[in-house]
Every structure is written in structure tokens, then in C-alpha cells.
Design a binder for this molecule. Sequence first.
Ligand code: NHW
Ligand code: EN5
Length: 388
Amino acid sequence: QHKFWETQPVGQYKDVGDTSLPEGPIEPPTPLSEVKQEPYNLPAAYEWTTCDMSFGETCDEVYLLLKNNYVEDDENMFRFNYSKEFLTWALCVPGYYKNWHIGVRAKGSKKLVAFITGIPARIRVNDNVVKMAEINFLCVHKKLRSKRLAPVMIKEVTRRVHLENIWQAAYTAGVVIPTPVATCQYWHRSLNPKKLIDVGFSRLGARMTMSRTIKLYKLPDSTFTSGFRKMELRDVPAVTRLLRNYLEKFVVAPDLDENDVEHWLLPHEDVVNSYLVESPENHEITDFCSFYTLPSSILGNQSYSTLKAAYSYYNVATKTPLAQLMNDALIMAKQKDFDVFNALDVMHNEGFLKDLKFGPGDGQLHYYLYNYRIRKALKPSELGLVLL
Ligand code: NHW
Ligand code: EN5
């Protein structure tokens, strides 16, 4: 019942639990001369376009396509609203390929109707560092759904990745397709409970009043940990060492160098926030936490149009207790006027979620690898990778 995915080099349902299959690439690379040189065919009314995200007008078009047509929750109450700044940051990464930012336009009107992107990444799976593409922002305009456009877009991004001699990919989705490497749970920590309840993001608990709820989620005005401060450019080497050492513990994790850390973790207003703990005694960097900014449009509410959400990104605690470090992250997010702080149960996050009054959401996130088999599905805590 997956006419497309059955044809792709991904783990198939019939093979789940078969531990005799070898771990690693499902099919070998083909000589580059054998990779299809021309783009796949689109329905006659549409054409391929490469989206130059550093070009303001194109960035605006992508932003609007996603704002109006990207991911919604299961009751269609909220839709992700990635900012233009965020999209440029997420896509124009060290070593990126412009032609992996793929759009589809209507031939007549030139209107952008679909999008898919890849960015290069080195991902370690067990002991092997593999060059991969991270695929994200797959979107087909609501009026063009269920016409099998998505498989053509996936094949086209695959072709362009192959032309760079890269044969594996990593991606996440809220839907189940063949076959997840891991299934993770979203957790949510209310920062502005009144607004969350007013817009239907959360509900007043049984035997709870609004004022008791507000009190329950109250946070201190300032952070607790001494030496806690915003990350700066001069911290890149120390943060890279801290992070690389931490990410070694997981089965799947990015292999980050200083350039990557500068791009992905140096604070960037309204995009990514990072903090660290510098020991007041010896100035050692011992702990790190970060979150990215991803608002959602609130669909059909009279009083509010956007939900300001922070998403937990990479966190490392070596001296400070993890829950204390993350409570300081919550305090910073509250100071910055976020309504909610979201986190997945990946890495060591289970160690703070319950203590800090996060509750499980109604959404899950499935992680996938393309053309790479792993012996058995992973626990969320074995994943050291967060995709945007
Ligand atoms: S997940 C977010 C995906 N986007 C959205 O949910 C936005 C709202 N929805 C839409 O725009 C993050 C459409 O519903 C989309 C599907 C475009 C999702 N991943 O065209 P058809 C990512 O961006 C399969 C993969 O008729 P549609 C990650 C579906 O199972 N496949 O559907 C992206 C079916 O195949 P099957 C998905 O509703 C990773 C076929 O598409 C999928 O008009 C991409 C139906 O196509 C999803 N999220 O459009 C894979 N949703 O076999 C990358 C549906 O079941 C792989 N489908 O019949 C690696 C590539 C690179 C390799 C390099 C070596
Ligand atoms: C690729 N990078 O469903 C990403 N979000 O729980 C694409 N639920 O916000 C894949 N339905 O539970 C994305 N409130 C897949 C996720 C798609 C979006 C999604 C879920 C994640 C979500 C909220 C709102 C539900 C609205 C009705 C939710 C409960 C919060 C409550 C706070 C207090 C403590 C208990 C939990």
C-alpha cells in the first residue's frame, strides 16, 4: 500500500525484525555517468526551478508557500510558520548546493506550487560517518495534493544528490512510511498557559482553575546557574569539543566541526538561541543548551494569530544537573516571550521532561534513513540528531 516507497532503497516492512540483513547501504553507488542527466518529467503544466534563497523575492515566495501549505497538527488548528530568516539559515549552510533547493512553478503564471530541499551533512551511524543529504520542507500546494507529485519531487532531489556522489539521506516526518529508524514523542512545556488554553493548544486540567494553572507554570525572572551566559563566537572551539564528545554517545548523530557549530549554534536573533555555563573558577565551558524559534499560525482564532514556540535543539550537561540547565533555558524562553517550549524524547531529554512539567503532545516524529539499513529500530534516547 506504498506504491512509491516499495520501489525505493529504504527498509521495507517485510524485512522488519530480520536481523540477518547486513547493516549499511541497501544498494551500492552507481557510476556517476549512469545517473540520469536530465530532470524527471513533471505534468505538462509545471516546470522545475532552483530557488535561490539569498534572493529576497524567491525567499518571499518560498516563505508564503510554506506559511499557507506546510505541516499542520492532526486537527488542523496550527500550521508551522518558518520565518524567512530561519529558512535562509536552515538552507544556506556550509557547503550547500543551490540546486538542492528545488521548486516547481506553474508554467503560465510562474506561481511557486511545490518545494523540497536537501542540505549536506555528515551523519555518524554507529562507527561509520556517512555523507548524507538532510531532506526537509517537502510541500505541495493544497490544491495540487494527491496527484503523485511528491514522488516526482523526491526522485528529483535524489537525482541531484546522487550527482554530488552522495547516496544516503536522513529525514523526519509526522507520518509513518517505510520504515522508521525511530519514533519519537513531542513534549510541551507551557510558558503562557492562559494563551495556550485560549487558542486550544492545551486544556485546563481536571480540578484545575486558570489561576492555579498559571501558578503551576510560573518561572523565576532570572536564571539560577552561576556562569550561565549567551554563547559567543569565541566559544565555538569549546562548544564544538563539548558537543562532539557528547554526541559520541548516540547511535545516530551529526559529525559537527567548528564551521558547523558556528553556523548551527551561534545565537541568531529570532532563529536560534544558545547558552552555556562558564565555570566562575577556571573559565571552563562545562554545559550548553540551545533552542530554535519556530512559530505556528493559529488557524481561525479571533484573538490570536501566532503561537510563539521554542524547540529544544542540542543540550549538553557535564557539571550542572541537566534539569537545572534546562530550567534556565525555560527561563530564557519565557523572557523572550515564547508561549511554549517543545522538546522530543531524544538524547537524554527524558531526564528533564517530567521534572520540568512538560506533558506529552498528540504528535509523534518518525526518523528515517534513505539507502541505509540499521539492524533494529532505535529507542529515541539512542538518537543524537535534531532536524528542523
Ligand atoms: S515532513 C513534512 C512533509 N510536508 C508536509 O507534511 C506538508 C503538508 N503536506 C504536503 O505538502 C519533513 C503534501 O501532503 C506532501 C505529500 C508533499 C507531504 N515524506 O503527491 P502525493 C520533510 O519534508 C508519500 C515522504 O500524491 P501529497 C521530509 C506517500 O506515502 N513521503 O501526496 C520529506 C505516498 O507514497 P506511497 C511522503 O499529499 C522527506 C506519496 O507520497 C510524505 O499530494 C521526503 C503520495 O504522493 C512525507 N512527509 O503530497 C523523502 N508524505 O508510497 C526523502 C506523503 O505511500 C527521501 N508521502 O504511495 C530521501 C531523498 C534523498 C535521497 C538521497 C540519496
Ligand atoms: C520535519 N522537520 O502535530 C517536521 N504537533 O505534539 C515535520 N500538539 O503541537 C513533522 N491537535 O499536543 C512534524 N498540545 C510533525 C508534527 C506536526 C505538528 C504536531 C503536535 C506535537 C502539537 C499540541 C497541540 C494539539 C492541538 C490539537 C499538543 C498539548 C499540550 C499540553 C500542554 C500542557 C501539558 C500537556 C500537553
